[in-house]
Structures are given as structure tokens and as C-alpha cells.
Design a protein around this ligand. Structure first.
Ligand SMILES: Nc1nc2c(c(=O)[nH]1)N[C@H]1C(S)=C(S)[C@@H](COP(=O)(O)O)O[C@H]1N2
Ligand SMILES: [Mo]
Length: 419
């Protein structure tokens, strides 16, 4: 006989309510997982430790592929969906945990080997799920609180969570279907508190043996969770939108006003925030372009005299926010490779910025990114010089790359170098 603490007496707990929340997560979590794996691939973590310090992703990196440069909006959509959906599912996750909380405190904790293994998988499921949501939300809201370590934490955590999720779904799917068939959703949505009754006692252990009188209907509980999710959607989704709707993104990080004019779009880190001084980006600035056995040093005037091209591309940050397309103007990375004897089919490039400390001061781009004619060392945006906060004198912009790959305040490009 299992025994439960008398504290959990809500008459709403039962397999049906748990299954409704479970069904939503059954659809939502795989989308989070797939968009998350894509986001990781987009970093080109297999190229260089500069891109990703995950010491040994080993087998877990099996799926990595060369992230494409088109369609240019792909990362904007997949990462916007990843972050927005993750935030929107928080109330559902909490409701699901609330609905099964008596099970987590079951006594005795282990009844048999099988039961013990199941409980262990639940620990990985609940722990892994909370861990993924908490690290994800913190990363977005607190501007990279885990410098350098967010990616490995969130990545390893995701695999543990998904392993436990797969086991849980395999074990519980039939029970979920039965529970959902057992009650009619529409009838439930018409049932007020006064007619709310506990679900019939069953073998799941979710229904309280000693239910308290209802203070809320199941309809009310679903409405509360739904309203929570809808409110989060409203204050999150705007961070990827254009125009006045953008102002609805109250939860979006970096809410600071980017100002108006050609450079009036979202700024991730300002020049001041990362210690870029006026004299670093003044007339003394030089661009160093390196190839095997060759090095060219250019002033901004000399860079401006190179063949100039345009590309309309967004900035799409891992944090989920993105800008609409901006009209960038600058020199093709492929042409810069040509300056050091690597024309034709240029290799990848190590991009280093003036920034001396902090994350994202350098990145390694793959050959497919260098070869795309829209990949630029941008000097101007929307018809004006880059502002210091957007990377003046020069920044990288690559189609469909995560924001972190669009290095600002570029000082050196080393073609064919991977570290
Ligand atoms: N040198 C340098 N470049 C950088 C960063 C940085 O911190 N330092 N941040 C990156 C990140 S995370 C993003 S999302 C984009 C944002 O570009 P923006 O500030 O021009 O919108 O710049 C990228 N380039
Ligand atoms: Mo970013």
C-alpha cells in the first residue's frame, strides 16, 4: 500500500487534468527539442572551441551539419519559436507538476526494482525539465548568466530531459489516451465550481483519497493556465516583430531604446558595455586580413574603396529577439579572402574583434558562410555609417547566422584559421 501525505487534497487532481497538460507538453516539448538542436547546430560548434567550449559532446554531436546561409530568415523563425514557445509553456509545465505533486512524495519511495527505475526516470524528467526551463529563461532574461557554460549545460540537460521524456511518454501514453477519452472536454468546459466533482478513484494515485470541497472548476484551472500562457505570449512574441507591436515585448531582454534613424534597431551589447573606447575605433583603427603566409593591413578609407555590396538581413539573437531586415552595405568576406590570395573557393575564417574581454569577441565562420555573396564585412547600415553600438568601424553580417556570429568592432580576419 502506498501512503500519501494528507496535504494534497485538491479535488481537481486526477488523470484527466494531468493528461490535458501532458498532451500539450507532448506536442510542445519535441518542438522545443528540435528547434534547440537546430539552434546548437547554427553555432557551428564542431568548427572550433572559439564557437563552443563543450569539451566533449561526443556522440551527442552526431547530428551536427553545416548550417546553411539560406533561407535568411530560418534562424529568426526557429530561435524565435524556441524561446517564445519555451516561455509560453512555463505555466503548463508548472500546472502539470502541480497535478502530479503527490506522486513525487509517494511513500515508500521505492517499492520494487521496476518502481525504483521508474522513479529514477521521473527524477530525470522533473529535474531535467525544470533545469532546461530555468536555464533557458535565465539566459534570455539575465544576459548570459552562465558565461561560456550555458550552451553545454542547456545542451547536455536537453538530452537527459529528452531521454527521460521518451521513457515517460512510452510508459504513460496509453494511460493518457484512456484518461482523455474518459471525460469530454466540452462538457468539462461547461461545468462550474458548484458541479465540480473529483475524478473517480483509480490506480494512478493522482486522485486524492480525501478530496477537499472544490474552490475552482477544471474549466477555471484550464482558463488560469491558458491565460497565463496567453499573457506570456503577448509580452514575448513582440520581440521578433516590427513596428509598434514590438513595444508589446515587455519581457524581452535589452529593452533599452535604440533610438531612431538608420541605426535605430535593437542593440545587444553597447560599445561602452564591452569596453570599446573612442580611440579604438577612431582614425587609428586598422583591419588586419590574414591568409596563409599573407597579411594585409587596411585603414577604413582603404576598406571603403574596395568593391561594395549590399544585403538585406536581420539580426536574430539566441535570446529569441530579432530585428526585421536591415540594409547592410560593405565588402564581401569572399572578396577579403581574395585579397590574401584565397579567391575562388575561400575557406572559413576566424573573426576577432577589438573587444578584449567578455563573450562573443571572436567567432569562426564556415566556408559556406564566407562564400555566400551576402556575407559582408559591413561598414554601413540603412544608408548611414554603422553607429559605435552597432559595431563601427566594421562588423560581420552573415545570412541566417545567429546574432553572436555577427561580430562587431572587427579588428582581424584570419582566413583558413580555425582557432
Ligand atoms: N564584439 C562583439 N560582437 C558582437 C557581440 C558582442 O558582445 N561583442 N554580441 C553579438 C550578439 S550576441 C548579437 S545578438 C549581435 C547583436 O548585434 P546588434 O547589437 O548590432 O543588434 O551582435 C553580436 N556581435
Ligand atoms: Mo545574441
Amino acid at each position: 500500500m502506498s501512503h500519501r501525505p494528507p496535504a494534497w487534497r485538491s479535488p481537481l487532481r486526477g488523470p484527466w487534468l494531468t493528461s490535458v497538460f501532458g498532451l500539450i507538453l507532448l506536442f510542445g516539448i519535441p518542438v522545443l527539442f528540435v528547434t534547440g538542436l537546430l539552434s546548437y547546430a547554427a553555432y557551428n560548434p564542431d568548427l572550433s572551441p572559439v564557437n563552443d567550449k563543450t569539451p566533449d559532446k561526443g556522440l551527442l554531436g552526431f547530428y551536427l551539419f553545416s548550417w546553411p546561409t539560406h533561407p535568411v530568415w530560418l534562424y529568426r523563425v526557429t530561435q524565435g519559436a524556441h524561446v517564445t514557445l519555451g516561455v509560453v509553456l512555463v505555466p503548463v509545465l508548472l500546472a502539470k507538476l502541480w497535478s502530479v505533486v503527490p506522486k513525487l512524495f509517494e511513500r515508500p519511495p521505492v517499492r520494487s526494482l521496476g518502481h525504483g527505475l521508474e522513479r529514477l526516470s521521473l527524477l530525470a524528467l522533473v529535474g531535467g525539465g525544470l533545469f532546461e526551463f530555468v536555464t533557458g529563461v535565465l539566459n534570455v532574461q539575465l544576459e548570459y548568466v552562465f558565461p561560456g557554460s550555458f550552451y553545454p549545460l542547456h545542451f547536455y540537460g536537453a538530452w537527459i530531459f529528452m531521454g527521460a521524456f521518451a521513457v515517460h511518454v512510452a510508459l504513460r501514453f496509453p494511460r493518457m489516451v484512456r484518461a482523455l477519452r474518459g471525460r469530454d472536454l466540452r462538457a468539462e468546459l461547461r461545468t462550474p465550481v458548484s458541479r465540480t466533482r473529483p475524478e473517480p478513484p483509480d490506480e494512478t494515485g493522482l486522485v486524492s483519497p480525501d478530496p477537499a470541497p472544490p474552490t475552482m472548476s477544471r474549466r477555471g484551472a484550464l482558463a488560469m493556465v491558458g491565460t497565463g500562457s496567453a499573457a506570456l505570449l503577448v509580452v514575448t512574441a513582440g520581440q521578433s516583430l516590427d513596428g509598434p507591436l514590438r513595444n508589446t515585448a515587455l519581457l524581452a531582454p535589452h529593452g533599452r531604446e535604440p533610438g531612431r534613424g538608420p541605426n535605430g534597431f535593437q542593440i545587444n551589447k553597447t560599445a561602452a558595455a564591452v569596453g570599446i573606447r573612442a580611440r579604438d575605433i577612431g582614425p587609428g583603427w586598422r583591419l588586419v586580413v590574414r591568409g596563409p603566409g599573407r597579411e594585409v593591413v587596411l585603414t577604413r578609407e582603404q576598406v571603403l574603396r574596395l568593391p561594395r555590396h549590399g544585403a538585406a538581413l536581420p539580426i536574430a539573437c539566441v535570446e529569441g529577439w530579432s530585428t526585421p531586415d536591415q540594409r547592410w552595405e560593405g565588402v564581401r568576406l569572399a572578396d577579403l579572402a581574395g585579397l590574401v590570395g584565397l579567391g575562388g573557393r575561400p575557406p572559413g575564417v576566424l573573426v576577432e574583434s577589438l573587444q578584449r574581454h567578455g563573450s562573443f569577441r571572436s567567432v569562426v565562420l564556415r566556408d559556406n558562410q564566407v562564400r555566400d555573396p551576402r556575407s559582408l564585412l559591413a561598414l554601413r547600415v540603412n544608408g548611414a555609417d554603422l553607429s559605435p553600438d552597432h559595431g563601427y568601424p566594421a562588423r560581420v553580417i552573415v545570412p541566417n547566422a545567429p546574432g553572436v556570429h555577427n561580430t562587431k568592432w572587427v579588428a582581424r580576419l584570419s582566413f583558413g584559421r580555425s582557432v
